[in-house]
Design a protein around this ligand. Structure first.
Ligand code: ADP
Ligand code: 5GP
Length: 222
């Protein structure tokens, strides 16, 4: 039986990796797709764990061989999900999480209409900037141009939120993590009434005023 495919996207610095880490702790039976990328490993990243690190030549060879379910160029590097990630998760009978950018997400939504899509939003431009700066400082990478580029990119990415089924505003971590868990359990049909209500409150269709308030702050800051 193929499992459920979850697509998760967020502007860089919104807290997606942190939330996905929480999901790993509290929800069983999830497999996390390891993407291919041409960017260099950062910090303690290991080949085959966070990413399959590869060269532009090899990546382009895989594109030519139609080996990717989706791929995109993000911040000047290629990123892609191998088709084999899906078949492997299906073989293991597990649900698969794709942590991919908005361009890749649009491709997967077209190709796998049953996929459940979740967009993670920062609560405000100021919070996003603070998180990006704190993370850069912690990684000793205080390149101002990288932060500026990510903030600029966030504006464009946020315009895609309405294309996702669910949106989670990552303000208080525990709340956002509980919402993410609720969305996964509901998709599996494992949610009780209160968990299902929490998941429903994250549907983009039912939370448009809340989302618009965040989007308005980003529009007025650009
Ligand atoms: P992303 O994966 O979306 O690029 P990260 O998970 O690396 O983002 O988070 C960016 C920074 O914000 C990190 O330093 C992380 O510890 C912090 N962070 C994430 N979520 C929250 C939250 N809800 N409240 C406060 N800080 C957070
Ligand atoms: P980072 O370099 O910070 O790990 O990731 C940068 C961006 O690339 C993030 O938005 C992340 O979601 C996205 N990304 C990671 N893997 C893939 C992938 O396989 N496909 C696509 N389209 N985007 C990806």
């Amino acid at each position: 039986m193929p499992g459920i495919l979850f697509i998760i996207s967020a502007p860089s610095g919104s807290g997606k990796s942190t939330l996905v880490g929480e999901l790993r702790k509290f929800v069983e039976g999830l497999e996390f797709s390891v993407s291919y990328t041409t960017r260099a490993p950062r910090g303690s990243e290991e080949d085959g764990r966070e990413y399959h690190f590869t060269t532009r030549d090899r990546f382009e060879g895989m594109i030519a061989d139609d080996a990717f379910l989706e791929w995109a160029e993000v911040f000047g590097n290629y990123y892609g999900t191998a088709r084999s990630a899906l078949s492997l998760a299906a073989e293991h009978g597990r649900d698969l999480i794709l942590d991919i950018d908005v361009q890749g997400a649009m491709q997967v939504m077209d190709r796998v209409p049953s996929a459940v899509s979740i967009f993670i939003m920062p609560p405000s431009p100021l919070v996003l900037e603070t998180r990006l700066r704190n993370r850069s400082a912690a990684e000793h990478m205080t390149d101002e141009s990288v932060i500026e580029r990510r903030l600029h990119q966030a504006h464009g990415e946020l315009e895609y939120v309405a294309r996702y089924q669910f949106a989670i505003v990552n303000d208080v971590l525990d709340t956002a993590a509980a919402e993410m868990r609720a969305v996964v359990l509901q998709a599996r049909g494992d949610a009780d009434a209160s968990v299902a209500a929490l998941a429903d409150s994250c549907r983009t269709a039912s939370s448009s005023a809340r989302l618009q308030a965040v989007l308005d702050q980003f529009s007025s800051s650009s």
